[in-house]
Ligand binder design. Structure first.
Ligand code: KIV
Length: 289
């Protein structure tokens, strides 16, 4: 079944959990879509896990569009959400609408995501009015890593918890169709989820959210670093890949690969006829003699 912003709202109403995973390329998106995930997020985590940057800050619109295109080509039923990268929406509302439009028109995404609360409500309102659904993102917002002083749990103190609630109500009021809660205490996320009409998607926010999202390299143990507390590694794909790469190297070196079944055949008579012609000088002569 095709996932849309309406089917996600319905899932919230019916208490049916929403599943979202990140993807950045065609083949991974296709596997996820075939597995039945509801939403695929072309996250700006692309910067860390695909492009090797040390944060999401350097990610450009061109990079987001390039990867969104590949993901949307691999997706039939999942709702594709693409991140607006750092500085593509903060400067002016007009720029935010233009860049959101590019992710839809050029990238093939269905919706966009941006980070922030009250301060980005004018952008959420304007992008939504341009008929582009917006997913908001609160709590630990990686694009604000320097102003947050690092990647830390958010909303633990009274002021911070109050601000989180106010921001969640504000983004809903501005027209966001959903909101990501990243790295906030579970009790707070659960309570705010109950207050909101729009679905909340948690990452490090406990199981009281309406859905969950994980970065796929984290949940498949492919990224190679110590996972954050909120990550569950559902398979050791990194180890499986390394074992396969090592087996390939070994079998190539010892001649076990390619075997007969990986090899195309030709009649001996055909090869021998061409060999004879060559040896008799009837075919091309090599420059080195
Ligand atoms: O970029 C990303 O992958 C994200 C998720 C962590 C929600 O924003």
């Amino acid at each position: 079944m095709k996932n849309t912003i309406l089917t996600l709202e319905q899932k919230k109403r019916e208490g049916d959990k929403i599943t979202m995973l990140t993807a950045y390329d065609y083949s991974t998106a296709k596997l996820m879509d075939e597995s039945g995930v509801n939403c695929i997020l072309v996250g700006d985590s692309l910067g860390n896990v695909m492009l090797g940057y040390d944060s999401t800050l350097p990610v450009t619109m061109e990079e987001m569009i390039h990867h969104a295109k590949a993901v949307s080509r691999g997706t039939k039923n999942a709702l594709v959400v693409a991140d607006l990268p750092f500085m593509s929406y903060q400067v002016t509302v007009a720029e935010a609408v233009r860049n959101a439009g590019r992710l839809i028109k050029e990238g093939g995404a269905h919706t966009v995501k941006l980070e922030g609360g009250k301060e980005v409500c004018p952008q959420i309102r304007a992008i939504t009015q341009a008929s582009i659904p917006v997913m908001a993102h609160l709590g630990l917002t990686p694009q604000s890593v320097h102003s947050l002083g690092g990647y830390k749990v958010q909303g633990r103190e009274t002021d911070a918890a109050r601000k989180l609630l106010e921001d969640a109500l504000a983004v809903e009021e501005a027209g966001a169709f959903s909101v990501v809660f990243e790295c906030i205490p579970a009790a707070l996320a659960t309570w705010i989820t109950g207050l909101l009409h729009i679905p909340t998607i948690g990452i490090g926010a406990g199981n009281g959210c309406d859905g969950q999202v994980l970065v796929y390299q984290d949940m498949l143990a492919m990224y190679g670093n110590t996972p954050a507390k909120f990550v569950k590694q559902f398979a050791a794909v990194g180890d499986i890949m390394k074992d396969a790469f090592r087996a390939y190297i070994q079998e190539t070196k010892n001649g076990a690969f390619p075997a007969q079944e990986h090899t195309y055949k030709i009649d001996d008579a055909t090869v021998n006829a061409v060999k004879r012609e060559y040896e008799e000088g009837g075919l091309g002569v090599r420059k080195d003699g």
